[in-house]
Design a protein around this ligand. Sequence first.
Ligand code: HAM
Length: 413
Amino acid sequence: MSRRIQAPRGTYDVLGEQALARAALEAQARGILERAGYRRIETPAFEATELFARGVGESTDVVQKEMYTLEGEEGQTITLRPEGTAPICRAYMEHGMHKQPQPVKLWYFGAYFRRERPQKGRFRQFWQIGAEAIGSDDPAVDAETIVLLAEILEAAGVRARLRISSLGMPLNRLRYRDKLQEYLRANADRLSEDVVARIELNPLRAFDSDHPGTREVMAGAPRLLDELDREDAEHFAAVLALLDAADLPYDVDTTLVRGLDYYTRTVFEFTSDDLGAQSGVGGGGRYDGLIEQLGGPPTPGMGWAAGVERILLAGSVAHEAAPPLDLFVAFAKPELRGAAFRLAADARRAGHAARLELGGRSLKGQLKQADRAGARYVAILGDDGTSLKDMETGEQQEVETGTVMHHISRVSL
Ligand code: HAM
């Protein structure tokens, strides 16, 4: 026998209860976001590779190691989208959305792809709920988007902690980088070898080291948050003041790093202890330089994305069971199948949940099936007419086939 084909590593099938929970989460998120003026956007599952290389950043793990890239047309390559922000900025420019009242608020729910090592809460195809507000640098945009994600997580029963920081604008970041490099060089004799080796390339990584000497040095290192220029510092203070006004608790965390290059000013992440190593449920921040980076005019933006799998793992999304079955249509012999088929279709068109026997069962088997499916009524089409059985009371009466709907309407609509 040949080997059975299974779902690719890092992917999964959505079945039964999971499908219901995920639909309920999407509906909850949609309600919260659309009440705040967000409109749905869907972009393609793949884009020109260059969009991510330029948008997300050549030096990020996402672009260097995790993209699924395929051959496109005319020697170009396309990439399965690893994230949604760069594609949405592309769409914003492509559709001239700068002509609409700003900020343009968009939300999405879709599949994303990263070639990562699969583990609990980490997949190669995963889903994100996301929101982007493009065209305003008002700190209230930052605070509002963060509060909306907090609401979605709370509605989904996720307990998460909000960590927040500010990176300032790129020029400020460059100045800070120089200062940090100077500090690291001055203390190089106490740092681990690999931190020393990366002073020029990536000095910020020194904050992640668990080498004891390095940790000691880093405890006294200059922090980006303390080096913000006046405008960036005021922007950040305004964001925090609005979060206070919304009673949303947060920890200012100067060590917060995000894996994507486009962030400016506010960055944040919600983490949950119920998730294990992959504790990030959702995160995002401001990307005031991204649209320019992609060839557009300077346009500020702010947004976040949250992992659907991680929300479902850490939370408890209340969801309804499949809709109850109003009518099961059974028939005594094959010649009556056409009439039964029509009755079931008419009932559905009239808004009832109705099913027809489809498995070639005997009448006895059909009645058992109707019972198992929890049908409220069973219509039995026989040689001498139709009878309607009320499965709750057990009562059975002879009816005209055409009046079945009238009988069941009284109860089920
Ligand atoms: P991100 O932090 O890379 O940000 O991803 C957002 C969320 O997606 C994570 O917090 C996590 O819950 C989920 N996620 C990421 N990778 C995986 C994976 N391999 N398996 C399962 N879940 C995953 C972004 O993608 C930015 N586009 C967010 C953003 C929007 N920033 C501004 N606007």
